[in-house]
Design a protein around this ligand. Structure first.
Ligand code: IPM
Ligand code: MG
Length: 365
């Protein structure tokens, strides 16, 4: 059966990393006997420039009609002064909300070959492997009322029981599978909304008695991620706290260019790099394709339950990094600087290599 994918390259380096994704899709379709039909649509600033809106009905419909969405990036300085509803970012938010993508999963795992590239010390980083479960369709991002006038600006942080329950179940399930604790990150010393999160999380916890549940205030969590990232296994948190913490977690991997994400709902799945559109390097072949390639690996894991295929991709990336290949963002002296397309090609060849070594073919997955 064909899986329909809507590809939304978007802005900045989005189109370049999406080209890498397409090459990888062709490869894995052949290798793992999958069949994809890919439809490309505009989103973000690119869509605004063409159609006067960052998200057209046509793009939204294409997403509704597909199973999976792959997104590059949205945003750029030229669209920053547009009214809220026309900003590129609003397209992404509308898409997340319309498709009901309430669970955002952002893994923070260091490739061993990258230990020395992080701004953190190797002995602090070594063995770090945690996942942020960020609620993605509620909270202050979407709460009403919102707005500003000459005298005040306001947003509303609101969460319903149902919104907290459904993401909590996902996070607890992951913690149970990973056989480690779940840390609920909030600001319960100040916000009633956070106190409500704790109440619901405790109720959901009843279904997962083997998982240890602990709590941490978000300001402390920001510090702890940098101080001792190994202590975390699954972090469960709200939309805005998750946005901030996942960027911090991203630096653990050495570069935001390495961090993928999956946004899952009951009917749809969207995979996108966590990095922004990086307009300063757009179009120069310097973008790091690894976050996008890992996003495709997450697609195999979450949409196809092909965990082994996904690990093969991670292993191939690790090998390539060990051999010293780097895009500019992670380049350091003594390593080999390559372009987006070169690194993509090298990684795909290495995936083939790893498959051969481990005798993994279409029938074994
Ligand atoms: C992210 C981004 C988005 C967010 C922006 C682009 C709207 O920062 O996915 O982390 O804030 O959710
Ligand atoms: Mg963000």
């Amino acid at each position: 059966m064909k899986t329909s994918i809507t590809l939304l390259p978007g802005d900045g380096i989005g189109p370049e990393v999406c080209e890498s994704a397409i090459k990888l899709l062709h490869f894995i379709a052949d290798k793992f006997n999958l069949s994809f039909s890919v439809t490309e649509k505009s989103i973000g600033g690119a869509s605004y420039d063409k159609f006067g809106t960052p998200l057209t009905e046509e793009t939204l419909q294409a997403c509704y009609d597909s199973d999976i969405i792959l997104l590059g990036a949205v945003g750029g300085p030229q669209w920053e002064d547009l009214p809220h509803h026309l900003k590129p970012e609003s397209a992404l938010l509308k898409l997340r909300k319309s498709l009901g993508l309430f669970t955002n999963i952002r893994p923070a795992k260091v490739f061993s070959s990258m230990l020395s590239s992080s701004s953190l010390k190797e002995d602090v980083l070594e063995g770090t492997d945690f996942v942020v479960f960020r609620e993605l369709t509620g909270g202050i991002y979407f709460g009403e009322p919102r707005g500003y006038d000459d005298n005040k600006g306001f947003n509303t942080m609101v969460y319903t029981r149902e919104e907290i329950e459904r993401i909590s179940h996902q996070a607890f399930k992951a913690a149970a599978e990973r056989k480690g604790p779940l840390t609920l990150v909030d600001k319960a010393n100040v916000l009633e909304c956070s106190q409500f999160w704790r109440k619901i999380a405790v109720e959901v916890h009843n279904d997962y008695p083997d998982v240890e549940l602990n709590y941490m205030y978000v300001d402390n969590a920001a510090m702890q991620i940098v101080k001792n990232p190994r202590q975390f296994n699954v972090i469960l948190t709200s939309n805005m706290f998750g946005d901030i913490l996942s960027d911090i977690a991203g630096m653990i991997t050495g570069s935001l260019g390495m961090l993928p994400s999956a946004s899952l709902g009951s009917d749809y799945a969207l995979y996108e790099p966590v990095h922004g559109s990086a307009p300063d390097i757009a179009g120069e072949g310097k973008a790091n394709p690894i976050a996008m390639i890992c996003s495709v690996a997450m697609m195999l894991e979450y949409s196809f339950q092909m965990n082994q295929a996904s690990s093969v991709i991670y292993k191939a990336i690790d090998n390539v990094l060990k051999e010293g290949y780097r895009t500019e963002d992670i380049y350091s002296e003594g390593t080999k600087k390559v372009s987006t397309t070169e690194l993509t090609k090298i990684i795909i060849n290495e995936i083939e290599e790893v498959c051969n070594q481990e005798a993994i073919g279409l029938f074994l997955l």
